[in-house]
Design a protein around this ligand. Structure first.
Ligand SMILES: Cc1ncc(COP(=O)(O)O)c(C=O)c1O
Length: 437
């Protein structure tokens, strides 16, 4: 395991003579981070910060910011379910009955009927024995991997696995091996070379990658998991409600035996329009997590109203599969139209998440601002969320988007992208001396 160096532990800051004390020290450390630097550079260039804008109503295909209407591609209401009247009504009834809080951890504060009803519905969706619902999607991964694995184990994860999966792997103390994105040859080489050194091993991948919108070769990963005696966790945050004929995710997409994956994980914040996360799988595994996983045991239970909302969203997804079809059709159209007009959609396969590759963080930020001025709301994604040099705009599609929405947004990108490059390059030329000074 990698040792923590004094520098990583922040000792250098403690030794610095920082006016204002330790808090200022942290601020100085933070200011070295890429994100802050980017915002600061943008400010020097006269650009506003596009992050943390306040929306004044539920963000759907369009949203309202500062009293103005925008086309919205930055929230993940994939199935156009958020604010559905059936959900709002069910939530209002549940609030009257249970209030707005679970009150305590479910272990000690007890459960409310919506908790087990949601867990049963999710287990049924995956056709597995049981399910555990956590209060946050991020905490689900951190806590599950962090609790399940230990220093004698190994975790093999895709290089583009979500931060929560990587944090969970780090917390566990297990050896962590990152294999090249969606590269099963690389995974197999690692398994061949290193699996034998560890007691248990877990392979971790996503059903649909959150930054690139592409799908792993899950049948091949399952074959490797069996050959090398590993467990397998699949994070369905962006594939639940998105992939498969009825939105049942990557399992339906590949027609996979539910028990070939040990942990079907997903957040409830995307297609399910709530928040929280879950692990669906065998009953004994779920029980093990329920009595030990710290993000479940030592954290408050999901508010019953959120459990009600997610269960209702699931019911709507299954009752109205046309939502899934609409989402898939508009996502495919998005990729086709972008390609037609010369934009680069990276590895996207046309399912809900589609990047437009830019390749420079400041250009991506400047482009996003230019689009905001044209009433198109889409966020830039830069390092550290993605590898440096793969900076992009990331579009989330929804069943509520139309072809006219997509055309309007992408035509604006096509017009603004060269201008953003020109703006940033001119700025860099004109300020080259400042950087050498
Ligand atoms: C793949 C993946 N896993 C987990 C999470 C964390 O989920 P949540 O935001 O619901 O906490 C996200 C969030 O975007 C994600 O993209």
């Amino acid at each position: 395991m990698k040792k923590t160096t004094p520098k990583e532990a922040g000792q250098d800051i403690a030794q610095e003579q920082v006016p204002g004390g330790a808090a200022s020290g942290f601020n100085r450390l933070r200011s070295k981070l890429a994100f802050d630097r980017l915002v600061e550079m943008g400010a020097q260039m006269g650009l506003d910060n596009p992050l943390f804008l306040c929306h004044e109503r539920a963000a759907k295909a369009t949203t309202c910011i500062g009293g103005k209407e925008y086309l919205n591609f930055s929230t993940y209401d994939y199935l156009d379910i958020n604010a559905h009247p059936e959900i709002t009504e069910a939530v209002a009834k549940a609030a009257a009955l249970y209030g707005t809080s679970a009150g305590a951890s479910r272990l000690v504060g007890g459960e409310r009927p919506p908790h087990r009803e949601l867990e049963r519905a999710l287990a049924d969706l995956y056709e597995v024995e049981d399910c555990i619902v956590y209060v946050s999607g991020h905490a689900t991964n951190v806590s599950t991997l962090g609790f399940l694995c230990g220093h004698r184990d190994a975790i093999f994860h895709d290089a583009l696995a979500h931060n929560s999966l990587v944090q969970g792997a780090r917390l566990s103390g297990a050896a962590r091996f990152s294999y090249a994105h969606n590269d099963c040859e690389a995974l197999e080489s690692l398994l061949k070379a290193r699996r034998g050194e560890y007691k248990h091993a877990v392979i971790v991948t996503e059903g649909l990658f959150s930054m690139d919108g592409n799908i792993p070769d899950l049948p091949r990963i399952i074959a490797l998991k069996k050959q090398y005696d590993c467990m397998l966790l699949v994070d369905e945050a962006h594939s639940l409600g998105v992939l498969g004929e009825t939105g049942r995710g990557v399992r339906e997409y590949f027609q996979i035996d539910p028990y070939d994956v040990d942990m079907w994980m997903s957040t409830l914040s995307k297609s399910m329009c709530g928040c929280g996360g879950f692990i669906a799988g065998r009953h004994d595994l779920v029980e093990f997590l329920k009595y030990g996983s710290p993000g479940f045991v030592f954290s408050v239970g999901m508010p019953p109203i959120v459990a009600v909302a997610c269960r209702k969203a699931l019911e709507l997804m299954l009752r109205e599969p046309e939502r899934v079809h609409k989402l898939q059709a508009i996502s495919q159209f998005f990729v086709r139209y972008a390609t037609e007009i010369g934009l680069d959609t990276g590895h996207a396969q046309g399912y809900a998440v589609v990047p437009i590759m830019v390749g420079d963080p400041v250009v991506a930020g400047s482009l996003a601002l230019a689009l905001i001025k044209r009433n198109v709301y889409v966020m830039p994604i830069t390092f550290p969320a993605v590898k440096a040099g793969t900076d992009r705009l990331r579009f989330f599609l929804s069943a509520s988007h139309t072809e006219a929405h997509v055309r309007r947004a992408l035509d604006a990108v096509r017009e603004e992208l060269p201008k953003a490059w020109e703006f940033v390059e001119t700025y860099k030329r004109e300020h080259a001396d400042d950087h050498h000074a």
